[in-house]
Design a protein around this ligand. Structure first.
Ligand SMILES: Cc1cc2nc3c(=O)[nH]c(=O)nc-3n(C[C@H](O)[C@H](O)[C@H](O)COP(=O)(O)OP(=O)(O)OC[C@H]3O[C@@H](n4cnc5c(N)ncnc54)[C@H](O)[C@@H]3O)c2cc1C
Length: 388
């Protein structure tokens, strides 16, 4: 039986680990030779974490868990023909787990911006540009995020990392004694950025912006980015020397060009067991999948891992003739520790509860501790707490 996993991020790696626990032989294909731990990458631009320390080598994970890794770039998926094409060769499969993550909405002039949510190397570019501005000792940094016009419910918006980056930069500027000389502005096209975290969290964002000396610019659609700033729909302009922008999420072109069933934003349609609609031998997990549109659902790392668990469980029970099935709907909630450089806030939104608890100082160390735990538990150097 030939089981392929496409993608070596949160979803792909967790699927490989779980499939090995069920004693299946599995091959994971990724275009990078490492898993990038995005949640702690927010500290790379401010020099609190190295690029190398934010990775887990796929070869090390493969050795510890016993799966096979191939570094190759997938170029085309032919689901109906049970094969995927890649830069070096074509791979046939009996069962496929698609965990390729997501792309981003193209906005005019996007090349004048830099994103913490794009290619991992971009975090180092941001660090260098930030250092240049700090050396210069003056300027204007703008940090923002956008949505996807085809996604009115905001399922593809990734605001948390933009807030984290903004607050961390503010703390860095304070440490350098430059808060009065380098202006910091947060911008977003929506009137209430951060609403997905819940009304309680949204209500508290104003005091965060004030505390971290960030000006705000909300509610105007972005027309384009230029090398001198951001132009909005009414042709007003926000000057910027360094624009850090997280564009709305979009389905990868490679997925859009495939014969898989897609929603309007180009994500793969799945059932609650993570099975791809119309393809009993294919599962889609993590950011690449179209998750159910609920106010307390968001594309997050822990959701990607839940989906990997659900998909592999259902796959294993299907082929071993067991009836029990899992649903990823049961584990949907927004949960994160939003770091601010000198503290954090614990944010939770479930079907029944909304919470935002400020965690001065300790919150920052909690998130740092999570990064350490994540790496070591994935490498089996320590016990893994169920669900984390
Ligand atoms: C800056 C940042 C901070 C975040 N903070 C948090 C947080 O605090 N908590 C939280 O829960 N979530 C957080 N998230 C979200 C979380 O990181 C994502 O939801 C998660 O990474 C999704 O996992 P994935 O496996 O679906 O995709 P990814 O992790 O993006 O992995 C996709 C994989 O597919 C591979 N790939 C892509 N295209 C190809 C191709 N053509 N051929 C071969 N391989 C390919 C990539 O190399 C990668 O290995 C954050 C995200 C970012 C960007």
């Amino acid at each position: 039986m030939n089981i392929l996993i496409l993608g070596g991020g949160f979803a792909g790696v967790e699927a490989a680990i779980k499939l090995r626990q069920y004693k299946h032989e599995v091959t994971l294909i990724s275009d990078r030779d490492y898993m990038f731990i995005y949640p702690v990458s927010i500290w790379i631009p401010v020099g609190k974490r190295s690029f190398e320390d934010t990775q887990l080598k796929l070869s090390d994970l493969a050795k510890v868990h016993g799966f096979k890794v191939i570094i190759d770039q997938i170029t085309h998926i032919e689901a109906n023909k049970n094969r995927v094409h890649a830069a070096t060769q074509t791979y046939a499969f009996d069962y496929l787990f698609i965990a390729l993550g997501m792309g981003k909405v193209q906005v005019k002039g996007l090349e004048h911006t830099h994103s913490i949510c794009g290619k991992p190397e971009e975090s180092v570019v941001i660090k260098d540009l930030l250092e240049n501005l700090i050396t210069k000792g003056e300027g204007h940094i703008t940090v923002g995020f956008g949505g996807n016009p085809k996604d009115p419910k905001g399922m593809t918006v990734r605001g948390g990392p933009a807030f984290e980056l903004l607050f961390n930069i503010s703390v860095l500027l304070k440490e350098k004694g430059l808060r009065d000389r380098i202006r910091l502005t947060f911008f977003a096209p929506m009137a209430e950025p951060g609403k997905r975290m819940g009304d309680k969290a949204l209500g508290k964002m104003g005091s965060f912006f004030k505390h971290y000396h960030a000006e705000t610019h909300f509610g105007k659609k972005i027309k384009m980015f230029t090398d001198t700033g951001i132009t909005f729909e009414d042709d007003s302009n926000l000057p910027s020397d360094l624009t850090l922008f997280i564009s709305g999420g979009d389905g990868l072109q490679l997925i859009k060009d495939s014969d898989l069933p897609l929603n309007d934003t180009g994500f793969i349609k799945i059932d609650e067991g993570c099975g791809v609609e119309g393809f009993p031998n294919i599962y889609a997990i993590g950011d690449a999948a179209a998750i159910v549109e609920l106010p307390w659902a968001a594309k997050q790392g822990h959701v990607a891992e839940v989906m990997a668990d659900v998909a592999t469980y259902n796959f294993n029970n299907t082929i071993t003739g067991k009836e029990s099935r899992k649903s990823y709907h049961d584990s949907l909630h927004i949960i994160c520790v939003m770091d601010s450089g000198d503290g954090a806030a614990f944010v939770m939104r479930t079907a029944h509860k909304e919470l935002m608890i400020p965690l001065p100082i300790i919150g920052h160390w909690l998130k740092k501790g999570w990064g350490w735990y994540f790496k070591n538990s994935k490498m089996k150097r320590m016990f893994r707490i169920p669900g984390m």
